[in-house]
Design a protein around this ligand. Structure first.
Ligand SMILES: Nc1ncnc2c1ncn2[C@@H]1O[C@H](COP(=O)(O)OP(=O)(O)O)[C@@H](O)[C@H]1O
Ligand SMILES: N[C@@H](CCOP(=O)(O)O)C(=O)O
Length: 320
């Protein structure tokens, strides 16, 4: 269940008059999702998704919504936010920020093959390139600063070995962030949570990336690492599947070639991407935020992945 704020057709009808979508004909809550209240709405202009934001505020939302609009207008497959008569993408509904975006066709591909990974890699590279001239800057709110303030809050919940792993990794990542290699990495708006459940496919055809609400400005390579660590692994063991890894990396590289510094940073970034989700899952597990974290994700999954990325040789990035 993921409808925290309920909306009826009677609520929606007057509110929808400000959007160029004709009359609202039907509304139904979407069961999946853990952060926001999501609904499919049928309008005279077609099907859309209405989101009521339960945690993000009116100051934070323009970054995400304008980024999606920027990308959608330039051919990146993402939901396009719909502006109201005043040109606003985010409007109050039941006292909370709300937005309407276009509905993507298809469904999530939860057992991806190389062909799906290649599609994701190519679209991710296009997204990075097209994000270059997006002018709003908002940091990735789940990057090094957040790790450094969050680690001390969770250490006491961990076993001795996991406490050591977390302390070692935050020390490693803090030091790595100061190196010339890290500082030479290309940056820009990144999705930062491009897991299997945040991409739609219609068969083998990618129809869009969605759920941009962890997006922010960060290194492009971090985004690639987050994506590889979810799409190109055996879920049970966390081991990388080289066929899928190579499919994704080669497709990305064909659109936006990796640099020498990115090759040097690849292993630290795979570690960083595993660490970020281990930490957020541990934090959510032991310090759940009220009602929205209904089923906390399993932290041991990313602990396992982090241990593998630290101990195993890393497959090389393609080079120019
Ligand atoms: N633009 C969209 N097009 C089609 N389906 C969508 C769209 N946005 C969300 N959904 C559906 O709603 C579900 C929950 O959305 P999600 O953004 O993951 O929610 P949350 O932010 O609460 O985790 C998704 O799994 C997907 O099925
Ligand atoms: N992908 C993250 C959690 C974010 O949840 P989402 O459903 O909004 O993508 C994780 O797996 O820990």
């Amino acid at each position: 269940m993921a409808v925290f704020t309920s909306v009826t057709l009677e609520d929606l009808t007057p509110w929808m008059k400000q959007f160029p979508l004709g009359k609202a004909l039907n509304i139904r809550g979407i069961a999946s999702g853990i952060e926001n209240s999501n609904f499919f709405i049928d309008t005279e202009q077609g099907e859309y998704v209405l989101t009521i934001f339960e945690n993000l505020n009116f100051e934070q939302l323009p970054f995400y919504l304008k980024l999606m609009r920027h990308l959608a207008d330039r051919g990146v497959l993402v939901p396009a936010p719909i502006a109201n008569v005043d040109g606003e993408l985010c409007v109050a509904l039941h006292g909370k920020p709300a937005a309407i975006v276009s509905k993507l066709n298809g469904s999530s591909q939860m057992e991806p093959q190389a062909v799906h990974c290649a599609e994701v890699g190519a679209m991710l590279a296009r997204m990075h390139l097209i994000g270059r001239d997006f002018t709003i800057h908002q940091a990735n709110l789940r990057s090094l600063d957040w790790w450094q303030t969050t680690v001390p809050k969770v250490l006491s919940f961990l076993s001795d070995t996991n406490r050591q792993l977390m302390q070692d990794e935050i020390a490693f990542q803090s030091a790595f962030a100061l190196t010339p290699t890290y500082k030479a990495l290309a940056t820009g708006p990144v999705h930062a949570d491009l897991f299997r459940n945040n991409v739609m496919f219609d068969g083998e055809q990618l129809t869009g990336f969605f759920d941009f609400y962890f997006a922010g400005c960060d290194t492009w390579l971090f985004d690639v690492a987050v994506t590889i660590n979810d799409w190109c692994i055996d879920l049970a063991s966390g081991e990388l599947d080289l066929t899928r890894v190579n499919a994704m990396l080669n497709a990305y590289h064909a659109v936006r070639p990796f640099t020498l510094e990115e090759s040097q940073a690849w292993q630290p970034m795979l570690r960083a991407a595993a660490f970020r989700f281990w930490l957020s899952r541990v934090y959510d597990f032991y310090q759940p935020r009220d009602a929205e974290m209904l089923t906390p994700h399993d932290p041991t999954h990313f602990e396992r992945i982090l241990r593998l990325r630290v101990s195993q040789p890393t497959p090389a990035l393609p080079q120019m």
